[in-house]
Design a protein around this ligand. Structure first.
Ligand SMILES: NC(=O)c1ccc[n+]([C@@H]2O[C@H](COP(=O)([O-])OP(=O)(O)OC[C@H]3O[C@@H](n4cnc5c(N)ncnc54)[C@H](O)[C@@H]3O)[C@@H](O)[C@H]2O)c1
Length: 284
């Protein structure tokens, strides 16, 4: 964590949940923190709370799905504080519904935020980080869901598979360039945040039921965004590629995925998982 002290951290989606936690913990570690979020009021209140604790924070409104907005964020940060030490492409949204029932706009919104948001983040920040020639860190928030499958959260789950793939390829690209940039994929387990409160759904009842059950599950079993960040930041600083909030669940999901693929098995979920999600397959 010493390596991060005094550096500049840019966290997207930092107005709430895991991003808010990361902003607070990074500030506690002596980083100057850019609290970037589409909801400026939330970003402001996180930045104010950090300042009240004696930290340095700058709230900036950004829409990660808009390349110009992220480019403007990168320019603002460089003008304000210079080279960036840590970028966390964290902003993400949930969208629930059967694949064919989500509108084109719902699909585009989800993929533009969850996938293109991180890509635009790297396009805007990585050239400056590479040019600075100093050790720096880029992390993309995926999910343990990126190691598995979950019907009705299809648009979200595929975006998290994409985040893992993007992070793996980006890691190798940095090695090819011999850039001193460490790349990580963050795979949070359950964290009690507003993600399912805000999650858009189609109007069908099973998707709405699924959203409510997921929200209830996170409220009951999820750790706080702050605690998640306390687990995440040391792993990032240590240069781990796979960064987890719940290592046992991550290992279980990874092993399950590996076994499933090596058997070239058909998609399947255990019945208890389906029941837990309020779902059934073939009416059972
Ligand atoms: N909560 C969990 O259990 C969990 C599990 C795995 C992965 N994740 C991932 O963690 C990340 C953070 O989610 P969270 O659970 O803290 O959710 P959250 O809803 O509490 O916070 C997400 C923040 O992103 C912001 N945001 C949304 N669209 C944006 C945009 N276009 N541009 C900029 N900011 C935008 C929101 O305003 C919000 O403040 C997401 O990528 C999510 O997929 C969460």
């Amino acid at each position: 964590m010493e390596d991060l002290r005094g550096g500049v951290a840019v966290i997207t989606g930092a107005g709430s949940g895991i991003g808010e936690g990361l902003a607070r913990v990074a500030a506690e570690q002596g980083m100057k923190v850019v609290v970037a979020d589409i909801a400026l009021d939330r970003a402001d209140s996180v930045a104010n709370a950090i300042a009240e604790q004696g930290g340095e924070a700058l709230a900036v409104k950004v829409d990660v799905s808009d390349p110009q907005s992220i480019e403007a964020l990168a320019a603002t940060v460089h003008d304000h504080w210079g080279d960036v030490t840590l970028l966390v492409n964290n902003a993400g949204v949930e969208t629930l519904g059967f694949s064919w029932e989500l509108s084109a706009q719902q699909w585009e919104k989800t993929l533009n935020i969850n996938i293109h948001g991180a890509i635009h983040g790297v396009r805007a920040f990585a050239p400056r980080m590479i040019a600075a020639g100093k050790p720096a860190w880029i992390a993309n928030t995926a999910s343990i869901g990126g190691l598995g499958m979950m019907p009705i959260q299809t648009s979200y789950i595929l975006s998290k598979h994409a985040m893992i793939s993007f992070s793996e390829c980006l890691f190798l690209e940095m090695q090819i360039k011999q850039a001193p940039i460490t790349v990580s994929a963050i795979l949070p387990g359950p964290v009690a945040t507003r993600i399912f409160e805000d999650g858009g759904t189609t109007t069908d009842t099973s998707s709405e039921q699924h959203r409510v059950m997921m929200n209830t599950m996170l409220e009951a079993d999820g750790i706080s965004g702050y605690e998640a960040a306390q687990r995440i930041l040391p792993q990032l600083a240590a240069g781990d590629f796979w960064v987890s909030t719940h290592p046992d669940i991550t290992r279980e999901f990874a092993a399950g995925r590996a076994a499933h693929l090596s058997a070239l098995a058909k998609p399947a979920l255990p019945e208890e998982v389906l029941r837990g999600m309020g779902l059934s397959v073939n009416g059972k």
